[in-house]
Design a binder for this molecule. Structure first.
Ligand code: ZN
Length: 158
C-alpha cells in the first residue's frame, strides 16, 4: 500500500482500538477528525529521506508501545526489505495533530525510519514529540491511549 504523505487517509472507514491486555476489540467508531497518511511506503515509490532526532524515534516507539489500533485487519510486509528478512507489521498508529487532524501511520513506520532512512513530514515529527505520553501510557481500559475517541462511542466490555 502506498499513500502520499499528508494525503487524506481512507484505508479503513473506522478507527478501532484494541484492549492490549485482553486482546479483544475495545471500541470502533467513525472518526470525526480528518486522518492524514504518513509513512505508507512501498518499493518503487520515492519517499523523503533524511536524519530524524533520536528522541523522536524513541517517543514514537513509546507511543506504539501503549497504543494498539486497527490491528487484525491484515499484516503489512515491509516492501523495501528483501522478502526473507522483511518484517511484518500489524496495525497502525494515530497521532493527534492540530485540532481536527490525526496522523495515520502504519505500524512499520519506525522500521521505515530506522532501517530505510525515511523522514516523515516535520508536522508529524512535531506532533509525536507533543504527545503527552505520561497521560497516554496511564490510560487504562475503558480509556484508550488516544485523546479524540468520541464520548458517545460504544465501549465493548468483552
Ligand atoms: Zn524494511
Amino acid at each position: 500500500m502506498f499513500y502520499e504523505d499528508l494525503s487524506e487517509y481512507d484505508y479503513q472507514v473506522n478507527d478501532s482500538f484494541t484492549d492490549e491486555e485482553s486482546g479483544v476489540l475495545a471500541l470502533r467508531y467513525r472518526p470525526v477528525y480528518t486522518r492524514l497518511n504518513v509513512g505508507w511506503l512501498e518499493a518503487g515509490r520515492t519517499y523523503s529521506t533524511g536524519p530524524v532526532p533520536t528522541h523522536f524515534v524513541e517517543k514514537l516507539k513509546a507511543v506504539q508501545g501503549v497504543q494498539w489500533m486497527n490491528v487484525c485487519l491484515g499484516l503489512h510486509d515491509c516492501g523495501l526489505c528483501p522478502e526473507e528478512v522483511a518484517p511484518e507489521g500489524n496495525g497502525e498508529v494515530r497521532i493527534p495533530g492540530e485540532p481536527g487532524i490525526a496522523y495515520a501511520a502504519p505500524f512499520l513506520i519506525t522500521h521505515y525510519i530506522t532501517v530505510h532512512g525515511y523522514r516523515p513530514p516535520q508536522v508529524f515529527i512535531d506532533a509525536v514529540l507533543a504527545v503527552d505520553l505520561d497521560t497516554r501510557a496511564a490510560a487504562r481500559w475503558p480509556d484508550v491511549p488516544f485523546p479524540w475517541v468520541p464520548d458517545e462511542v460504544e465501549r465493548l466490555l468483552e
